[in-house]
Design a protein around this ligand. Structure first.
Ligand code: ZN
Ligand code: FE
Length: 262
């Protein structure tokens, strides 16, 4: 477990399954201990024991099993309050509270904003708490989620919302996919110094068996190929190279489809 101190809360990062990350958010004031996307109840229970605190909330980003599988057992064990997107209420197990951009959850000790980020799934949401972003399978380190249920246009709009957050925002995504993502990134984004530096740093980090996550919005904007269409020079070069229209949605769609079969 790795821990990161923010002003009003501490984020504890727990590796789970093959490459998932589960996040426990411990408020500094009050008793709130919330978990984001509990893929596995047993590792969450262990962490709660280690922190010597009961679990009070579950925050789900989307319905996929590797984000919700612990809901049932954790609810039984702790009686915790389960929060998810109003539009995903039928697919998220044991949900107690439906939230949306206009109706975010109110949890003691935390200031939470909801962003609707459909694309990977319809009804996917992200939680923003001050300078921390919990984005599930929408944005990854140097990558983004596959477009399973939504359209490429929806996914692009969702990624733009995340890219508009403050540069210093920490990106707590749900999987450790960074190194394979960086290999794809290098292939489509040559001559990017920030990308080369990230490949060096993140490779070292993984050799030491440490997480490359959280990253930051600034780092993702500079190195994530799925956010690079926001930069005019990248967009022009990519469009010329692949003989497609120089517009960000076209470039994003081309990149996403290329990665699907890479
Ligand atoms: Zn997913
Ligand atoms: Fe996932």
């Amino acid at each position: 477990m790795w821990s990161y101190q923010h002003q009003y809360f501490c984020v504890h990062q727990i590796p789970a399954l093959n490459d998932n990350y589960i996040y426990l958010i411990e408020a500094i004031e009050g008793n709130t201990l919330a978990v984001v996307d509990p893929a596995d109840a047993s590792v969450v229970n262990q962490a709660c024991k280690a922190l010597n605190k009961p679990l009070t909330h579950i925050l789900n980003t989307h319905h996929h099993w590797d984000h919700t599988d612990g809901n049932n057992a954790l609810k039984k064990h702790w009686g915790c309050h389960i929060i998810g997107a109003a539009s995903d209420a039928k697919r998220i197990p044991c949900m107690d509270e439906q939230v949306s951009e206009s109706c975010p959850p109110q949890i003691e000790g935390l200031n939470i904003q909801v962003l609707e980020v459909s694309g990977h799934t319809i009804g996917h949401i992200a939680y923003v708490m001050d300078d921390a972003l919990f984005c599930g399978d929408t944005l990854f380190g140097a990558g983004c989620g596959r477009v399973f249920e939504g359209t490429h246009e929806q996914m692009w709009e969702s990624l733009k919302k995340l890219a508009a957050l403050a540069d210093a925002t920490k990106v707590y995504c749900a999987h450790e996919y960074t190194l394979p993502n960086l290999r794809f990134a290098r292939n489509v984004d040559q001559h990017n110094q920030a990308l080369e530096e990230r490949i060096h740093t993140d490779t070292q980090t993984r050799m030491q068996k440490k997480p490359t996550i959280p990253s930051s919005i600034a780092l993702e904007k500079a190195t994530n190929p799925f956010l690079r269409p926001l930069q005019a020079e990248f967009m022009q070069n990519y469009a010329t190279q692949h003989q497609i229209q120089a517009n960000p949605l076209q470039i994003f769609t081309h990149l996403r489809l290329s990665k699907d079969t890479w």
